[in-house]
Design a protein around this ligand. Structure first.
Ligand SMILES: C[S@@+](CC[C@H](N)C(=O)[O-])C[C@H]1O[C@@H](n2cnc3c(N)ncnc32)[C@H](O)[C@@H]1O
Length: 471
């Protein structure tokens, strides 16, 4: 105490401190403690001893900027990607993969303990990914009329700073790094990226200004089908110009027989979303097809599909096991997207009813049922908050796979009123999973949780939780 009964702060803003990083916090920052105060430091790992400068100080935590690694963690490994530390995507690639899994496990268990207030929940070891690179079936690259230079690029002469096609500096909407290759993309995805860049740059037609909102080239989205090893190229532009784009589509079709779809989405909206108000087909079909297990899915440019195909199969296999279906149950699938979980479970259920707000997801969901000759799945359109209370059936098993924000609290109340014997909660955010589980805990026990690593080298964690109704 300092004489006026105020606790003395162990650190102050601007101060340089030496820190021992203890754990990796959810989101991927290293966490150290100074006299009990949590200090978060970017680009640090458990086991690092670092020097850092305090940049933000609150009553219950502080943030610091890494100045120097004084002694590296034994779990540090060399990054494989030259953009590591600049592009926000794979910030955990400097951490040994097994240790990434341990850290993710600890984060899930911690969230359940501290936010969910549930003790002694069996959290199984994280199911690893395979492969751990080249696992994304979809990547979106942004065009920009200004190139954000990496420190080593600043020294280079003759660098064109008026054009970039690549990925964003984390937390920014207008800083785009010109990326030659992304290691999360299988080949020849990066070769296609290179050809589109070369064509767009040589065209002399300007890339879109993320501040000025002028310019033509907006996004390049690549989709890969794992089952058929073929590709969709979606070029998103601010205006229609078939004379400019058709030769590019022809070039790609000629050079890459595996490119079976080239589409042009056109958007006049300022929002940085790679979706068009309308689409022009330039080559092949307006969709590609992929498989999850024995089911086939047509995926159009703007459809939602899990971005790690093999990982989605693992996640859904756990969901099916936790659902414990024997063929006689009615399953209600909240936030069902394009119906992939509903279809995955359909063979073991009497009926599955999917609830979803997005009409284009639902159109795909209906089509996916038709393609797979699935006749015991139906869908209800609208906000779960409105549609769940009006549902004309009892659920034996409720599957919940909400967006990152988790469930609306009214939906939690509706679930409690509906009282299904079993809930299978599929989550992409352990914090909101834990919060929702806490709200359900008056009536449900968390029986077990299986984290699944769908996104190696990134801080993301997917989980499946089995909740059983208390007797
Ligand atoms: C995490 S995705 C799950 C998709 C699907 N279960 C899958 O595995 O592909 C969440 C879905 O919830 C939908 N959604 C978001 N808010 C909603 C709401 N209030 N009511 C119904 N659906 C909603 C989104 O459109 C999205 O398709």
């Amino acid at each position: 105490m300092n004489g006026v009964d105020q606790p003395v702060s162990p650190v102050r803003k601007g101060q340089a401190v030496d820190l021992e990083i203890e754990t990796l916090a959810f989101g991927g920052r290293g966490l150290a403690r100074v006299d009990g105060l949590a200090v978060f430091v970017d680009h640090t790992l458990p086991g690092d001893r670092v020097s850092a400068r305090i940049t933000r100080k609150k009553s219950n935590f502080a943030e610091a900027r890494l100045l120097e690694v004084l002694s590296p963690s034994p779990f540090r490994v060399l990054p494989q990607c030259p953009y590591c530390g600049h592009c926000g995507g794979c910030r955990l690639q400097i951490l040994d993969y097994d240790k990434q899994l341990d850290c993710k496990h600890e984060q899930v268990a911690d969230a359940l303990r501290h936010i969910g207030l549930v003790e002694n929940v069996p959290v199984h070891p994280v199911m690893p990914a395979d492969p751990v690179w080249g696992y994304r079936n979809k990547m979106e690259f942004s065009f920009a009329d200004r190139r954000w230079l990496l420190p080593e690029e600043m020294e280079m002469e003759n660098i064109d700073t008026s054009f970039a096609l690549g990925l964003h500096v984390p937390g920014t909407f207008h800083k785009v790094i010109d990326v030659d290759a992304c290691l999360l993309l299988p080949e020849p995805g990066n070769a296609i990226l290179g050809d589109v860049r070369a064509y767009a740059r040589a065209s002399g037609v300007p890339a879109y200004g993320l501040k000025s909102h002028q310019g033509f080239w907006r996004f390049l989205m690549l989709r890969h089908s794992v089952a058929h090893d073929n590709w969709m190229v979606n070029i998103v532009t601010a205006a229609e110009d078939r004379r400019l784009l058709q030769p590019l589509a022809d070039l790609l079709a000629d050079r890459y027989p595996e490119v079976v779809s080239v589409v042009n989405n056109i958007t006049a909206r300022k929002a940085g979303v790679a979706q068009g108000e309308y689409e022009i087909l330039l080559h092949g079909a307006p969709f590609i097809s992929d498989r999850l297990g024995r089911f086939s899915f047509d995926i159009s440019a703007n459809s939602f599909f899990q971005t790690n195909t093999r990982g989605a199969e693992r996640l859904y296999t756990v969901a099916r096991e936790y659902a414990g279906l024997t063929g006689s149950q009615t399953v209600v699938d909240l936030y069902c997207g394009t119906g992939t979980i509903a279809i995955w479970l359909s063979g073991a259920a009497k009926e599955v009813i999917g609830l979803e707000i997005n009409d284009s997801c639902l159109a795909d969901a209906v089509n996916n049922c038709r393609t797979n000759n699935v006749s015991n799945v139906r869908f209800v359109a609208g906000d779960v908050k409105e549609t769940l209370p009006r549902l004309d059936c009892r659920a034996d098993v409720l599957v919940i796979d909400p967006p990152r924000a988790g469930m609306h609290k009214d939906v939690v109340e509706q679930v409690l009123a509906m009282a299904p014997p079993r809930i299978v909660y599929v989550s992409c955010n352990p914090a909101t999973l834990a919060r929702d589980v806490a709200m359900l805990s008056e009536a449900y026990t968390v029986a077990e949780v299986q984290p699944v690593d769908m996104f190696p080298h990134t801080p993301h964690i997917e989980c499946v939780a089995r909740l059983d109704k208390k007797a």
